[in-house]
Design a protein around this ligand. Sequence first.
Ligand code: AMP
Ligand code: MG
Length: 731
Amino acid sequence: MTLTELPIQYVDFAVYQQQWLQGEELTAQVNYWKQQLNNLSVLELPTDNPRKPIQTFRSATESVLISKEILDSLKDLSRKQSVTLFMSALAAFKILLHRYTSEDDIAIGSPIANRNWKEVEPLIGFFVNTLVLRTDVSGNPSFLELLQRVKEVAAGAFKHQDLPFAKLVEEVKPERSLSHNPLFGIMFQVQNEAYQLQNSLNPELEIPGLSLEQMWSDSGSTKFDMTWHLVERNEGLLTVVEYSTDLFNRDTIARMLGHFQVLLKGIIDNPNQRLSELEILTEIERQQLLIDWNKTYTEYPLQQGIHQLFEKQVEKTPDNIAVEFKSEKLTYQELNNKANQIAHYLRNQGVKPDMLVGICVERNPLMLIGLLGILKAGGAYVPIDAKLPSNRIGFMLGDSQVSILITQEKILSKLPNHSAETICLDSEWEKISKSSINNLPSQTIADNLAYVIYTSGSTGNPKGTLLTHRGLTNYITWATEAYNVAQGNGSPVQSSISFDATITSIFTPLIVGKTVTLVPEEQEIEALNSLLNTKSNSDSDFSLVKLTPAHLKVLSKLNNNNGVETLYITSPEYVASTKNRTRAFIIGGEALLENHLEFWRDNYPNTRLINEYGPTETVVGCCIYDASKKSVTTNSVPIGSAIANVEVYVLDKYLQPVPIGIPGELYVGGAGVARGYLNKPELTAEKFIPNPFSSSPSTLYKTGDKVRYLTSGNLEYLGRLDNQVKIRGFR
Ligand code: AMP
Ligand code: MG
């Protein structure tokens, strides 16, 4: 059949093509595309809103005019490289997509005019076909290398442009879903002068006496996640992005347009730059992400250890209760005296700065006496929970090579073989108490070790993390202020001493004259629950309670038990009272979800709900978010922003900062960063890297956590980049 025999004037490309493309030619084209698109999955851009199961196709547009200088330079570069403007612009766009998604397999759709035959020329019709242009951008090539890859792919695609897209989908059989266009979600197109002439779209069309302007007509509807139309004009390169409003907010697209421009400038400046080297952020964004959002400097007494801050407090409030356990109470003076006695004793045994001292005691006042004693002596404590399996205790004792282990008589028999000298705080107390009760001159400086905590990582093997006094003092000073610990009555300790989260409740009360209430180990969460409730009858309540989301869930169940345990705290009197309450729940250790919080928001309106994020490697918490009031639409509660003297960076695999909204890995710098892992130089070098953004030498900890910045400057936690799992806050 010839074209003129076709019965209609308006010809649908697919219909026409089906009649033309048959036999061998059809097979050849099908085979090409099958091979080319083998195993292709749709590229997922990070979106502002979760993808709906069914697309609504609603869209909007955002545009920018890229300067004539850039357009001319890009055309110049294209000529020199024997490629079209389309190919250069597409290569740049693919770099942008790669930097946004961290994917190496980048496929987009592109419309092609498809008027390959003379016969078609006189016809009015919809001859546009869609080509899928897939490029492997792996290996961090230079722009020019990538451009050659794009050129090859485009050449191959143009040669096989006749297979209608619908037929191609039928043949390639990609996984279909109602929420995605098949094979690609992003369209990219460059309209040059020739294209416009052909389509009577020339924006520079001049009619005497009339001033004409081409307007972009926004159909309000799109099948794609986004479509980029680049239009070559006299005054520059008009770039219009039509995007799905289901998925994206306007400002995200505006930022993306900004990144495209920065990228083009970088390419023109030096097309030999590698993908990793090309800048995408504007000056303003760099300033905001790297500097403004990291302005956390706060003047703290970082030269003093926690034990010194405690001693100062003892002078101010010697008779306040420092620690409470069942019916036992110790005043600040009593606790200090006992801690000094063990500290003198330890110094006599040779304890000095950076020396590790194990502590394996039950949760009772000896724990605080021991911890403070070790710090006062100048040593670093290695907390070992007596309830841990004996092979784990054995591993920690062996790996840390502690020469002294502070413990209790009854624990001795449970300890596996070890070479440490043990000091029993109970049975040997008479001997210890012969030492002086006076404060010791402190021998530690900020860089000395304060404690070593063992964590498992994705590797499963526990490793000792070396934390300094600077980090501990910084966190405790900050937390005491931020959580208003001086306002309440201290905090209960119900979690394991081996878990760094416990540090918050152990030390914050002790530098402001408040009480550490030790929850008996046997009961933990139930005991905590009843403590919370009896406390609410007294004059003042806990300043803070430190929990994991898992604990919070159990607590809300206990408190929500059909009235059986309906408690004073949920009664109207309680709600009305601002005096009797737990002032803050500090929740950390795992991702916090909105629905963890509903019960508490409803029933504890006077209790602050704080999401605290932090790896052991940066001292307990390095980011916080106040979630007392519902403020986000997603189910995940943000982890917020950096605490005092801490800096956070969201970086891609090239250590380049990623824009707002784009997922990257969280790196943490500042006062809290650990010295590294004990006896693991290689792992230390891998996880603690030189800070590329700092003029003075400092390190960043590579957390392995996937996060992104929200426009508010808060971080959103998106999960792990490795397969590390947590159970009730334990790695
Ligand atoms: P750990 O060293 O035991 O404190 O574990 C640190 C890890 O726990 C982090 O790297 C996160 O993966 C996770 N994590 C801690 N706190 C939070 C939080 N508030 N939200 C989400 N994940 C958290
Ligand atoms: Mg933590």
